[in-house]
Design a protein around this ligand. Structure first.
Ligand code: FES
Length: 107
């Protein structure tokens, strides 16, 4: 279980507890958090689960693989150094307290 904060583009935050082995994307969908579309269901193909990891993050996240890197080149909102696909971020106690920022659009 991990506490995940989803910060919306207007600065408001939604904080939820997400159980392993979900992903950060799945945690948003399970909690009806707007701003994560996830059209492909988590297979790193659509880019509509794009998030920005908080710049102050010190929690361990998996390395970005090539497919994720490719998809992030075509997201609707600008790609930043902190961009990740939330479907490729597995939830575990190690990322308890993670903050992700939602882009202004996913489509
Ligand atoms: S849900 Fe499609 S890339 Fe993450």
């Amino acid at each position: 279980m991990a506490k995940i904060t989803y910060q919306h583009p207007d600065g408001t935050e939604t904080v939820v507890e997400v159980a392993a082995p979900n992903t950060v994307m799945r945690g948003a969908k399970l909690n009806n958090i707007e701003g994560i579309v996830a059209q492909c269901g988590g297979s790193a193909q659509c880019g509509t689960c794009h998030v920005y990891i908080d710049e102050g993050n010190t929690l361990p996240l998996p390395e970005m693989h090539e497919a994720e890197d490719d998809v992030l080149c075509g997201t609707a909102a600008e790609r930043r150094p902190t961009s990740r696909l939330s479907c490729q971020l597995p939830v575990s106690e190690a990322i308890d307290g993670l903050i992700v920022h939602l882009p202004t659009t996913q489509i």
